[in-house]
Write a new protein. Structure first.
Length: 464
């Protein structure tokens, strides 16, 4: 498989450091607010990458952190009069619910920054002791000394003197130096600071990821992923401090493209943020997953009105073929799906080409076209082959129909069967213009807390 490695700026053959075993660290969200479309896209990209590496026979460990303390979290907590840990915890739960809705595989571990302060301090101490970091006199502030690390800038191919700095002043020796440990400030909550040999304080954002990645994956591991906006300074700084500490750190640096909204950068000031609840209100979770996966992971995903309906229609076409094949092959010798069937070479080639999912989806659509033609022409063997193939490819992308129904509880399934039967009875009554019966069924359901809504695609029910 080839992957685009940001550090080398080119496609590289992917080889894990240990054959068949992959360790991947993904920068997770800073949980100061609810998830938006960009968060979901980023999480899905690494879910698809991990899924493909697993489908290719690797054992994959995924570490996706939760930044539950940093400036942004503390500021939002102050604004809203909440404890920062309550704000972080509540938002983390919203992220988890959306990840589940999107059918993302649970990472191997989701470490929270606040749970790994000792690991961060150990790394900071190592950097100070080896002369790559310094403490500001009369303060607990510790900075990474960028002048001590000649490779600084290697990830984003920048020279030290051309770089923009985060902030200046406060005892920093150079504008590009960045905070490893920030002293506790008056007005900050008591619980947002920890004792250390430098004094009371809290970690800088960058050191959090370096420490957690190394704690779970070792000093050297295979893949580090995150959004393109994290390349600089976040990932540049992670790489510098970990390398300066003597760690091999990540072997491949993968970055996913960002999301734009109708051609514009998504930002709070423009007021064009698309939240995950906006997305899930407009389409099924399957269609949201299809849509978010449909652009190449390195390109900008431009959100426009109507794109989810297009995704829904495209997915319906794929699922429609599977349902049709199931129906038309039911009474034949091909009634059983061949789960042992392999993936088509074209699909494998596209997935191995820097995870080219748009092209892989085109392979699935082609197979559906051929499968439908085979059914039209009663070529059952070919139709059955396409059915197995399509199902297998969709499974790799987390889009096969049977990967979504299993989430429903047995109670839900039983209730669904009952309500559907009543909906069918109501439809019959309406056809016969027996509106008394039709209304009685609707009212009975409503009295039990079940609401019906009629639309062009049929009648759907939900708990009222
Ligand atoms: Zn990070």
């Amino acid at each position: 498989m080839k992957l685009f490695d940001t550090r080398l700026g080119e496609l590289r053959e992917f080889e894990p450091q240990q054959r068949g075993v992959v360790g991947m660290y993904v920068c997770g969200p800073t949980v100061q607010s609810e998830p938006h479309i960009g968060h979901l896209r980023s999480a899905l990209v690494y879910d698809l990458l991990a899924g493909w590496l697993r489908a290719s026979g690797n054992k994959v460990t995924v570490v996706r952190n939760v930044t539950d303390i940093d400036d942004k979290v503390l500021e939002k907590a102050r604004e809203t009069g909440t404890q920062y840990w309550e704000l972080a915890h509540r938002n983390e739960a919203l992220f988890a619910a959306d990840y589940r809705r999107l059918n993302l595989e649970l990472p191997s571990v989701e470490p929270r920054a606040t749970g790994h302060i000792p690991q961060m301090l150990a790394l900071i101490e190592k950097l100070v002791d080896s002369g790559h970091a310094y403490q500001v006199e009369g303060s607990a502030d510790v900075y990474f000394d960028t002048s001590s690390w000649s490779r600084y800038g290697e990830l984003t191919h920048q020279k030290l003197e051309d770089m923009e700095s985060e902030e200046t002043g406060g005892g920093k020796r150079a504008a590009q130096d960045f905070a490893l440990w920030k002293s506790a400030k008056p007005g900050e909550p008591e619980g947002a600071a920890w004792e250390s040999r430098f004094g009371r304080g809290r970690p800088g954002w960058h050191i959090e990821c370096s420490a957690m990645a190394t704690h779970y994956l070792g000093e050297s591991f295979d893949i580090h992923g995150g959004g393109l906006d994290l390349r600089f300074p976040h990932h540049e700084n992670e790489l510098a401090q970990s390398s300066a500490a003597g760690h091999g750190f990540a072997n491949y640096w993968i970055h996913n493209g960002l999301v734009s909204i109708a051609g514009q950068k998504m930002s709070k000031s423009l007021g064009n943020t698309v939240s995950s609840s906006d997305l899930f209100a407009l389409a099924t979770p399957q269609a949201v997953r299809y849509y978010l996966a449909s652009a190449h992971y390195r390109s900008v995903l431009d959100y426009q009105p109507g794109v989810l309906q297009e995704a829904e229609a495209a997915l319906e076409r794929l699922h429609g073929f599977l349902a049709r094949a199931q129906r038309e092959l039911a009474e034949t010798q091909y009634s059983e799906m061949d789960h042992g069937a392999g993936l088509p070479d074209a699909f494998v080639a596209e997935m191995n080409d820097d995870l080219n999912i748009p092209a892989a989806l085109a392979v699935i659509h082609d197979s559906v076209t051929s499968g439908n033609t085979a059914l039209d022409e009663q070529q059952l063997k070919q139709a059955a082959e396409h059915r197995s193939e399509v199902h297998k490819m969709l499974s790799v992308l987390g889009l096969a129909p049977d990967q979504w129904s299993s989430g429903a509880s047995e109670e839900h399934q039983a209730l669904d069967a009952l309500v559907r039967e009543l909906i069918a009875e109501r439809n019959r009554a309406r056809e016969e213009k027996n509106f008394e019966v039709a209304d009685r069924i609707r009212d009975q359901l409503l009295a039990s807390g079940i609401e019906l809504s009629d639309s062009a695609s049929g009648t759907h029910w939900s708990l009222s």
